[in-house]
Ligand binder design. Structure first.
Ligand code: MN
Length: 363
């Protein structure tokens, strides 16, 4: 039986860690578990989570920020008892307030902490020292059970990093020659933030520490839910930056490259416009840098993009246009053509050029 411990936004002292190791061994003598357990110490309160919870995959989550204290020990004991009830006693009902499982967990958690304190009287002083120590997870996991000494670092779990929200770099009304402020507001606050939110929920119980770019580049490893929402989060975060309230003309290296690969700007735009118009249903049109270094145009369905490793002949997106109806319907209804035409008035060519340079200049 293995116990893995993860610290996320939690600062324990080394002594705290030793103590938790001892405490877990103690819990195992009182309420043995047979299946592997993961214990995550999660730092500050997030959303609706109470001080502790667990999943049916034997993941125990405990809020613990700076120092070890009795509440943290009690919460851990409480969840451990529930895990014992579920996996060893095979009790069907969950930990409902007033129910047998909950009453037992409450009563036993307090008693377990007391018994433990009696056994290790130095706990008292430990809990009130104030120095903090940035702990590494391997310090903990290597010490947990005698038979766990050979636990390798490779098998340690990391909490999947939360994907953040990009700020909108202008006001909702500042692109009015392209899109109205109401659409912009709903697009940013409801659709885009919705993708990020659903993505984080979908990643919650996944292992690994990946950035949004890395997820997109290895999207074949994830399910459809992650594909749609990671795509939505990534595409929109780029899209906001690809637009500018200030009218700009293409210039610099990207202009030269467009002329070289398409002949002139108009030819590139024509091809892009066709891709945007021809995209049946929801999706995106892209100008992108292909893997062999040429500029290319493509359109993708749903929230896919050229950077996803499931997209054929892909590459790095430089300019994208959202052709979902949520992006234009209030202002344009069925006139997607007009929406596409006005898009060229708000392209942030400076940003497109920066993206292009970031992918082509040698570091
Ligand atoms: Mn959109």
């Amino acid at each position: 039986m293995k116990v893995k411990i993860l610290l996320s936004n939690t600062k324990f002292q080394k002594k705290d860690e030793e103590f938790i190791n001892k405490f877990i061994k103690f819990l195992q003598t009182q309420y043995p578990l047979e299946k592997n357990v993961i214990i995550k110490f999660l730092g500050d309160r997030e959303g609706k989570m109470s001080t502790g919870s667990r999943t049916d995959k034997s993941v125990i989550k405990v809020l613990a920020k700076d120092r070890l204290n009795r509440d943290i020990m009690r919460t851990l004991a409480h969840e451990w008892v529930h895990e014992h009830q579920r996996t060893i006693l095979k009790r069907e009902h969950g930990p409902n307030i007033g129910g047998r499982n909950e009453d037992e967990a409450n009563a036993f958690a307090g008693r377990l902490v007391k018994m433990f304190e009696k056994k290790y009287p130095e706990l008292e002083s430990l809990m009130y020292e104030s120095k903090t120590f940035n702990s590494k997870i391997n310090l903990l996991t290597e010490k947990i059970f005698e038979n766990e000494k050979n636990e390798s670092k490779k098998s340690l779990l990391n909490e999947m990093k939360k994907i953040g929200i990009e700020n909108l770099p202008y006001s909702y009304s500042s692109l009015s020659r392209f899109i109205d402020s109401k659409t912009m507001n709903v697009h940013y606050n409801k659709h885009y933030k919705g993708y990020v939110d659903k993505l984080n929920k979908a990643l919650k119980d996944k292992d690994g520490e990946m950035t949004l770019d890395q997820i997109i580049k290895s999207i074949n490893k994830f399910d459809e839910k992650v594909r749609n929402n990671a795509g939505g989060a990534f595409n929109h975060a780029l899209f906001w930056k690809m637009l500018s309230p200030k009218k700009q003309l293409p210039s610099g290296e990207i202009l030269e490259k467009i002329k070289k690969d398409f002949g002139n700007i108009k030819k590139m735009k024509d091809e892009f416009n066709e891709a945007a118009k021809d995209r049946f249903g929801s999706g995106w049109a892209w100008l992108y840098l292909s893997k062999n270094g040429d500029l290319k145009i493509m359109s993708t369905p749903n929230q896919d993009n050229p950077l996803m490793n499931v997209v054929k002949n892909g590459g790095f997106p430089l300019l994208g246009l959202d052709v979902w109806e949520h992006a234009y319907y209030l202002k344009y209804q069925n006139k997607r053509d007009e929406y596409i035409k006005n898009f060229w008035d708000v392209v942030n060519w400076e940003f497109v050029n920066e993206l292009y340079l970031s992918k082509t200049q040698k570091k």
